[in-house]
Ligand binder design. Structure first.
Ligand SMILES: [Fe+2]
Length: 308
């Protein structure tokens, strides 16, 4: 039997989205539940109507990609500002010296740093499923990523719709999950870096220790009103109302369920492509199949609200 990557070959749930918005540019959907390429725009010269249409498409598809844009860091930041307020690039890892809102992820550098701490294997495997920065009270609304240098093959990013994952659960489990609170903690991943850089900074406030925060297990999207799962294996430590064994078992199920193939899209980057994801309704993971190849991306992150 031939296994293909075609969406129709995937088992399971049908697309759960409502109708796609009418927009004045070409949109190529990339899977049944999320992801689309947007073509024919120059992101440096958009009028307000085009920005509103991009926002509608982004809310619908949850992650949109604009190939062939070749923006400078300054133009990247200017595009991001049309959709919200840029935060510090990352709460713990410093941004570019001259543009602190631009967070550069260079896997060669990250491997060198990890090697110094005997953790090289973690980086060479890429990054596991997570939602960005859920270990703070107000996690980002979304991030806008610019592919600077990427391998010809490999280093793709997977995104998963946490709305589709929630919609696919039984009503009884949906209602039970909606009563629960999860604890999110960034210490495991970022304590080493925080100790190294001395202090972190988020929403203008500095800190020297990452305190765990609580978020609802199911959040309601502030713009679409749709519910989605909001736990991730990167930062969620446990569910507050449950015994630890119950919490571990339920989270293990949710982590497996929330990234089932039919809820995901996989994107291959080319240098110059801009990707923009809704961090309130997705998880993502970097596929760690690029060995020692150079992979450099830059990210601008937009301020979010408190999940409810
Ligand atoms: Fe991420």
């Amino acid at each position: 039997m031939t296994v293909t990557a075609e969406p129709e070959a995937a088992a399971g749930a049908a697309p759960t989205e409502s109708a796609a918005p009418d927009v004045p540019f070409e949109v190529i959907p990339l899977s049944g539940n999320l992801g689309a390429e947007i073509l024919g725009l120059d992101l440096r010269t958009l009028d307000d109507g085009e920005i509103a249409a991009i926002r509608a498409a982004w809310l619908h598809y949850k992650v949109v990609f604009f190939p062939g844009q070749d923006l400078t860091p300054r133009e990247h930041l200017a595009f991001a500002r049309r959709f919200g307020e840029p935060t510090e690039g990352h709460p713990v890892i410093p941004g570019l010296a001259d543009q602190p809102e631009v967070f550069q992820i260079d896997y060669t550098q990250a491997r060198e740093l990890a090697a110094a701490y005997g953790k090289v294997g973690d980086v060479s495997r890429g990054l596991h499923w997570h939602t960005d920065v859920t270990f703070v009270k107000r996690p980002p609304l979304g991030s806008i990523l610019r592919a600077v240098e990427v391998p010809r093959a490999g280093g793709d990013t997977l995104f998963s719709s946490q709305k589709a994952a929630f919609d696919d659960l039984s009503p009884a489990l949906q209602e039970f999950l909606s009563t629960l609170t999860a604890v999110h903690d960034g210490e495991d991943q970022f304590k080493i870096v925080l100790d190294l850089v001395g202090e972190g900074r988020w929403e203008g406030k500095t800190f020297t220790k990452l305190e765990p925060v609580e978020h609802p297990v199911v959040r309601t999207h502030p713009e679409t009103g749709k519910r989605s799962l909001f736990v991730n294996p990167g930062f969620t430590s446990h569910i507050k109302e449950l015994k630890r064994a119950e919490s571990d078992a339920l989270l293990a199920f949710l982590y497996q369920h929330s990234v089932r193939p039919e809820f995901t899209v996989r994107y291959h980057w080319k240098a110059g492509t801009i990707g923009f994801w809704d961090n309130r309704a997705t998880q993502h993971a970097v596929v760690g199949d690029f060995g020692d190849a150079h992979r450099v991306i830059q990210r601008v992150t937009l301020r979010g609200d408190e999940p409810r």
